[in-house]
Design a protein around this ligand. Sequence first.
Ligand SMILES: C[S@@+](CC[C@H](N)C(=O)[O-])C[C@H]1O[C@@H](n2cnc3c(N)ncnc32)[C@H](O)[C@@H]1O
Length: 263
Amino acid sequence: MQTNQYLIDFYDHYNEDGRLAVQHGSVEFLTTMRYIEKYLRPGSRVLEIGAGTGRYSHALARRGYAVDAVELVPRQVELFRQNTRPGETVSVTLGNALDLSSFPADAYDITLLLGPLYHLYSVPDKRQALREAIRVTKPGGVVFAAYVISDGCLLDEGFHRGNVNVAQYVAEGLLDGRTFAARSQPKDLFELVRKEEIDALMAPFPVTRLHYVAADGCALFMREAVDAMDAAAFALYLQYHFATCERSDLWGITSHALDIFRK
Ligand SMILES: C[S@@+](CC[C@H](N)C(=O)[O-])C[C@H]1O[C@@H](n2cnc3c(N)ncnc32)[C@H](O)[C@@H]1O
């Protein structure tokens, strides 16, 4: 099966909107939006690469920003279009993060790459997606790149929930039995990384890191507790999370990380 067909089959049936709508899932969304808002200026132009159903694109378009989006999976493009409200200045195109040649260079103030790097399995492909995201961003513009972090996922989906059979993953070579570093192929769908791999990936690019953020921290690991919080408890939890999500001693224990850098 081709790389893209695994993704198309997965995202044809996956409820991405539902994932971010529950309280524990909203932590990643609220954190990412908080950092995007730091860098938005009146009239900022935004590109979202791998936009899915358009949660971020629509939220930003509803605040008056002009947003273009590109997405690989036709069903997601269809849902993105259905989610568009009258008055939004937003466009969505079917396309691949690896080839944004239909988008001009130096055009966007903010570029979001929140998803494609979860599904690229080689360093050259990841660098190609990053290179394209950087190319279309204006000099001085800001790029947001999201990753799935292996230790957060292994602890949550593996040791905690048992959705991933850790012993089997080690036996099959998907996890290194000594370091517990993860290895994926297209059929495994998700590419899990650690910060040192992100640093090595980014090394050749002449960009300046602004923030490296544990986007959801332990929210997925302790999802039952987060979902049970009333409004006041959740507000305090978010206050804690926002105060600590850039602490280097908490970076590894997150399900998703956000690398934010200036071109
Ligand atoms: C986890 S979802 C995230 C959607 C959205 N950015 C968000 O954060 O809510 C990842 C999305 O990236 C898309 N995607 C994966 N690989 C891609 C690629 N090479 N080019 C464009 N989109 C891609 C998937 O189809 C999916 O809709």
